[in-house]
Write a protein that binds this ligand. Structure first.
Ligand SMILES: NC(=O)c1ccc[n+]([C@@H]2O[C@H](COP(=O)([O-])OP(=O)(O)OC[C@H]3O[C@@H](n4cnc5c(N)ncnc54)[C@H](OP(=O)(O)O)[C@@H]3O)[C@@H](O)[C@H]2O)c1
Length: 286
């Protein structure tokens, strides 16, 4: 079960478990993996309409036998559905696919520059007011977009879900989110495996008798108001990734891991939908 020390982050009334199970690509046994994640203690599941996994996530939730109120389920609306009517239709479709009456968190998946922000944010707030979701937020928003979204949205935003790991610093975004009382939800938190061969991560892992993934994730969740949604198809890894709340990294270790950010490695950068990022990063072939 989830450690009693597991961190729960609070923002504008939302209570988000700091580690969630990412479901972007679950090619084999998706529902079984979701149920296994819940059985080993995950209470936060991250999906999206775009991933095509909502049906299987719903199946996994039902198979787990967990009470709905114990889970924190996030889904996202794609940028193709940024107009109000499409946005609300997409949200209803997600709920139907998941077999849920509401999600805990609904996100705008990527910014859509062709539709006025106020319209999409209005639809997002409407989804909350219609009780299709308990809380709302954004994903892949830049600093300027975040400030604009907070200004325009009639309901509080609880998170910006963005790529964040020890190879990609997000200092300015963390400061902006702090100003708005919001959580940073880190996707690609182990840099899709790239971080797991790093000699510094490996050295710190050996000191603590932990896996490199646990060190990469601990570095994230030890920072205030940072959550992470690692994905894995391996049940041992799934359990490992949640088991990061019973040890801490020293200040010096946190600093050594932060210094890896010089690499500025960005993984998720789809040219058809990514905004012009605030950071100058090196592209990768992962
Ligand atoms: N909002 C967005 O635009 C956006 C974009 C990308 C991702 N996301 C979300 O973030 C989630 C995670 O991102 P991601 O899947 O791209 O990257 P990730 O979680 O950083 O990396 C997944 C990879 O790391 C490996 N891994 C995970 N835990 C491990 C462990 N303990 N030991 C060894 N290897 C491990 C997995 O392999 P194994 O299967 O072998 O463990 C898998 O190949 C997604 O599923 C999705 O929910 C959101």
């Amino acid at each position: 079960m989830q450690s009693p020390k597991a961190i729960i982050l609070s923002a504008h009334g939302a209570k988000m478990p700091a580690i969630g199970y990412g479901t972007m690509e679950l090619p084999h046994r998706p529902a079984e993996l979701v149920a296994a994640a819940i059985a080993c203690g995950y209470r936060h599941i991250d999906t999206a309409r775009k991933y095509g996994t909502e049906e299987r996530v719903g199946e996994g939730i039902r198979a787990s036998g967990i009470a709905r109120g114990e889970l924190f389920v996030t889904t996202k609306v794609t940028e193709e559905n940024a107009r109000e009517a499409d946005f609300l239709r997409s949200t209803e479709t997600s709920l139907k696919a998941l077999g849920l009456d509401y999600v805990d968190l609904l996100l705008i998946h990527w910014p859509q520059p062709k539709v006025p922000f106020a319209e999409t944010l209005g639809a997002l707030a409407k989804a909350k007011r219609s009780m299709l979701t308990r809380h709302i937020g954004v994903s892949n928003f830049t600093l300027a977009m975040l400030d604009e979204a907070v200004r325009l949205c009639p309901e509080p935003l609880v998170t910006n879900q963005i790529e964040y790991h020890a190879y990609l610093p997000q200092d300015r975004m963390i400061a902006a989110l702090k100003r708005h009382g919001m959580i940073l939800t880190a996707y690609c938190p182990v840099a899709r495996g790239e971080l797991l061969n790093d000699p510094v991560v490996d050295e710190i892992a050996k000191v603590h008798g932990r896996s490199p993934a646990q060190i990469a994730l601990r570095w994230l969740v030890q920072q205030p108001m940072v959550a992470a949604v690692p994905r894995s198809l391996d049940e041992t890894h799934i359990a490992d990734n949640l088991n990061v709340f019973d040890f801490s990294l020293s200040g010096a270790e946190m600093g050594r891991l932060s210094a890896l950010g010089q690499r500025k490695l960005r993984i998720a950068d789809p040219p058809e939908r990514a905004p012009k990022w605030d950071t100058e990063e090196v592209k990768t072939v992962v």
